[in-house]
Design a protein around this ligand. Structure first.
Ligand code: AMP
Length: 440
């Protein structure tokens, strides 16, 4: 028997409902912030990730799925979304669109060869957003506010926004020099990866999964203490905008984030929920002022974030997120072969009008069809048998109100729509219209 690849998972129907509800909420919040969806291929030229994410990063050096295709091209399954969105932004000249700021979001699978554990997979899904075209900290503030709004839309309350600035190129260079001087004599005490990073990209040492909690790294100089005037101003303004929006954050001077392209703002959102365990970072992001130009585009700054959707889903277990309501509008019970053609017409009319509807396919008895209707959680159950056919009528029961009536067969669709649009005033307890007795 074949089994799924290590680090992957199947989404079965009971789960896809929840995922669809999660995706719908994300689309809705994105609309509120005026971000538009972009979909890019799941594989790209390997070179794209080397140039953007960075050769020295764990992602590129250890975690990508690379292959050579039959045309001898070096291809990589995307490990993150930003590089592809930037590639597409440049290739399609989206910067020439009518609006000076491009606000884009994406959702889809990403691939990293990491050690699988709870909340960490080899194929996982991300939702991310990228905003191009302004250096203003107002756009950083919007991106953080958008991320927080997505989380709030799921009623997740116990979250923490961690914020830091690594400054512009000049500040990063000054900081790098200070870090190298500090680490020089003790670098041999750190892991072999860190010793390599010391030569190639020392900033990445702060992010090392092995050494990050050593005294040496804890006491290392911090990027925020080396910000030049412009960078400090950017960071102060961002904090002021977040304060104005009453978005709480904690400044974490050690936060650098795992990708090479960041400048100025970096942030993460953690959720303190039991179901997440140690993998409690659900969103990470930051500003990247030179990524577009370094990938061959114009000199246009950007800022963005990415959510891990499996972790968001795990977080939702703690807040009891049920997903989309699991119901049908109509279950149509048809009795007898001669009634089936009319039945299928009625069903089709209701479906074309947008009603979630179903029918029995196994010639079950009336009793068994009622059971099917109950199990499918249908609000309306309509019965169409010999008598109804003879009189051009149909019997309809509203499970919410308990009301049962016989109507003209051709009025089935209109009847259901009218009832759905004008909820009955019937009491949920005694089912009487306008009841004053049961306290409903
Ligand atoms: P990154 O692209 O590394 O900044 O990650 C952004 C978010 O994606 C993280 O905060 C996680 O929520 C999620 N994430 C990263 N790697 C994985 C993985 N292997 N499995 C599941 N989620 C992941």
């Amino acid at each position: 028997m074949y089994q799924k690849i290590k680090g992957t998972y199947d989404l079965l129907p009971k789960d896809t409902k929840k995922w669809q509800a999660l995706e719908k909420t994300i689309h809705n919040v994105s609309k509120i912030y005026n971000y538009e969806e972009i979909r890019t291929p799941i594989f790209e030229n390997t070179e794209l990730f080397h140039r953007s994410v960075g050769l020295e990063t764990d992602i590129v050096s250890k975690e990508t799925y690379d292959f050579v295709d039959r045309g001898n091209r070096k291809i990589t399954l995307r490990p993150e979304g930003t590089a592809s969105v930037v590639r597409s932004y440049i290739e399609n000249k989206l910067y020439a669109d009518r609006l000076p700021i491009s606000k884009l979001y994406y959702m889809g699978p990403m691939f990293r060869y990491e050690r699988p554990q709870k909340g960490r997979y080899r194929q996982f899904a991300q939702f991310g957003a990228e905003a191009f075209g302004s250096e203003s900290p107002l756009l950083d503030a919007e991106i953080i506010s958008y991320a927080v709004s997505v989380i709030k839309a799921f009623k997740i309350k116990d979250i923490e926004v961690q914020l830091n600035s690594i400054g512009d190129q000049e500040s990063k260079t000054m900081y790098k020099a200070a870090l190298v001087t500090y680490l020089e004599k003790d670098i041999k005490t750190l892991c072999s990866d860190c010793q390599n990073r010391f030569e190639t990209n020392p900033l990445r040492i702060l992010d090392c999964k092995i050494d990050k909690d050593t005294e040496l790294l804890k006491n290392a100089p911090k990027p925020v203490d080396y910000l030049n005037k412009k960078s400090k101003n950017h960071f102060d303004k961002l904090c002021a905008y977040l304060d104005a929006m009453k978005i709480k954050y904690a400044i974490n001077k050690n936060l650098v984030r795992g990708l090479d392209y960041y400048t100025h703002t970096v942030f993460e959102v953690n959720a303190n929920l039991e179901t997440l365990g140690a993998q409690n970072t659900i969103c990470g992001g930051g500003r990247y002022n030179h990524l577009v130009s370094s990938l061959g585009g114009p000199n246009i700054p950007g800022v963005g974030f990415a959510f891990g959707l499996e972790r968001l889903m795990l977080a939702l277990e703690s807040v009891n997120f049920k997903g989309a309501p699991d119901y049908l509008h109509l279950f149509l019970i048809v009795l007898g072969e001669e009634q089936k053609e009319d039945g299928v017409k009625l069903l089709n009319r209701c479906r074309l009008g947008g009603l979630f509807s179903d029918i029995d396919f196994l010639d079950k008895s009336l009793k068994a069809q009622f059971k099917l209707a109950d199990n499918s959680n249908a609000r309306f159950i309509a019965i169409y048998g010999e008598n109804e056919k003879a009189n051009h009528k149909i019997n309809v029961k509203d499970k919410d109100t308990g009301k049962e009536i016989t109507i003209e067969r051709d009025q089935l669709y209109n009847h259901i729509i009218t009832e759905l649009m004008n909820p009955s005033q019937a009491c949920q307890t005694c089912k009487e219209e306008n009841c004053d007795n049961c306290g409903e």
